[in-house]
Write a protein that binds this ligand. Structure first.
Ligand code: HEM
Length: 458
């Protein structure tokens, strides 16, 4: 088991960096990182242990931290010394100044402002909307047909977040908006990986052209939603009303731009991750019939044919274990990054202010030293509440940790269980034989080619 040595003291000694691969001329490790980031960072952990340094084209250096103690140090013990914005460049480009991409006092204020929308009672009031939308989706499915389950889950979770947090019905726009989100978040263009600027060619069929059109489509939708609510003047007590009615300390309302950025943040963060969690869950169940049978047995025994409600959730422990184990193997947020705002010591290295650190759920959740030699097996039993597998805190962190831990976690956990139970009651999904399932680590971890599955009777 790897352990971290962390220290809060800073000294004047020269900076020391963890070891890492020798940078190739000009490119550094940019090419290796861009071609297959998941294998690349996993190899680094296997080769270098607790921490590694990677150099990119243009001299940008990143320190990768691989121990649970280091994750705890950055996210929980010293969150004020590590900022989010600079790391999350791809997100900031779309989200502007939303909760995910702001730091310091502004972050604390905004988080307090929207927190009431995520209180237990309020979240529970969304349950019926979640199952109703799922049943509506299922009513259009026919046995024998093939569907892209990743796209279906994205459209469904987008509709749910729109209805619950913004009281908007996106029934007729969700496919198009889902595609727009995909075009925006799969376009790389990180300015620190300088070669990616070469991708900025704006033509109808280039990724950059699709990115620009996707972003305008999303912006137009978000501004329309804000405008309609402003006109109605109604206080619905949802996230949008909280944003529109909030006042900052000077008693000035949030600007349109601020409301837009927060709205976009909740739309993006509130659907894409849960959609991927569900898509990977259906993939894993299709590959593990014995676990699928246990899930079906629980759902049939507890629910019969009736739709699940929030009161049923405590009686569906295996459903919960399946989702937790799915997020271990395929964490929808596959990495978290931060930039240090002061010198710091970690894992025996003395690192400078401005250093970017990178912590990967993908690597941690698949580390055999932590999880055992069966680490790649899908075993929901690891999360059995009676006999959980004994792993250190932060060996598992699909929702992050500390003051920036996912605000939507209770929402997502409830939604994932309700949707999984409802869909399992009505259908069985089988992967189309030979379909290539390739995890694509963009902002979230998605199946690169979608997930073509055949719909069968349960
Ligand atoms: C399975 C589903 C989800 C996963 C795996 C997930 C994961 C995460 C993670 C890892 C973070 C921390 C990022 C960091 O520390 O840099 C985060 C933050 C956040 N998530 Fe989620 N999330 C999920 C669902 C949701 C939902 C449903 C919503 C909204 C309804 C949401 C809204 C947010 C927001 C606004 C933040 C920023 C919080 C802050 O910085 O204070 N997420 N999420």
């Amino acid at each position: 088991m790897t352990t971290a040595t962390v220290s809060t003291q800073t000294t004047n000694q020269a900076y020391t960096f963890p070891p890492g691969p020798a940078p190739k001329p000009i490119l550094g490790s940019s090419f290796d990182f861009s071609v297959d980031p998941l294998s690349f960072v996993t190899r680094l952990q296997r080769q270098y242990g607790n921490a590694a340094t990677v150099s990119f084209m243009g001299g940008f250096k990143m320190v990768l931290l691989f121990t649970p103690a280091a994750v705890r140090y950055v996210l929980v013990e010293h969150p004020r010394d590590f900022t989010s914005r600079e790391f999350n460049f791809t997100l900031t480009r779309l989200l502007g100044d939303g909760l995910l991409t702001i730091d310091g006092e502004l972050h604390r204020q905004q988080r307090r402002l929207v927190q009431p929308a995520f209180h237990k009672k309020r979240i529970e009031s969304y349950a019926a909307t979640m199952t109703e939308h799922t049943l509506d989706m299922l009513s259009g499915w026919r046995a024998g047909e093939t569907r892209d389950i990743a796209a279906e889950m994205q459209a469904l979770t987008l509709r749910i977040v729109a209805k619950t947090l913004f009281d908007v019905d996106l029934k007729h726009d969700s496919d198009q908006l889902g595609r727009a989100f995909t075009d925006v978040i799969t376009f790389p263009g990180d300015r620190r990986l300088a070669w990616q600027n070469l991708l900025r060619i704006n033509l109808p069929f280039t990724p950059f052209g699709r990115y620009l059109r996707g972003k305008s489509k999303l912006d137009a939708t978000i501004y329309r939603i804000i405008e309609e609510r402003r006109k109605s003047g109604e206080d619905k007590g949802d996230v949008l009303s909280m944003l529109l009615h909030s006042q900052d300390e000077d008693n000035t309302m949030m600007t349109d731009q601020q409301v837009r950025d927060e709205t976009m943040t909740f739309f993006a963060a509130g659907h894409e991750t849960t959609a991927n969690a569900l898509a990977w869950t259906f993939y894993l169940l299709s590959q593990n019939p014995a676990k699928d049978a246990l899930l079906r047995e629980e759902i049939a025994r507890v629910l019969g044919d009736r739709p699940p409600t929030v009161e049923d959730l405590p009686n569906l422990p295996y459903t919960d274990m399946v989702i937790k184990e799915s997020m271990r193997l395929y964490p929808p947020a596959w990495a978290i990054g931060r930039m240090a705002s002061r010198d710091f010591d970690i894992e025996g290295y003395h690192l400078p202010k401005g250093q970017v650190v990178f912590m990967s759920q993908w690597v941690m959740h698949r580390n055999p030293e932590i999880w055992g030699s069966d680490v790649l097996e899908f075993k929901p039993e690891r999360f059995d509440p009676q006999h959980p597998q004994d792993v250190p805190q932060f060996a598992y962190f699909p929702f992050g940790g500390g003051p920036r831990m996912c605000i939507g976690m209770p929402f997502a956990q409830m939604e994932a269980r309700l949707l999984l139970a409802t869909i399992t009651q009505h259908v069985r999904l089988r992967l189309v034989p030979g379909f290539p399932v390739v995890p694509q680590p963009m902002v979230t971890l998605r199946p690169q080619h979608g997930l073509q599955m055949t719909v069968e009777q349960p």
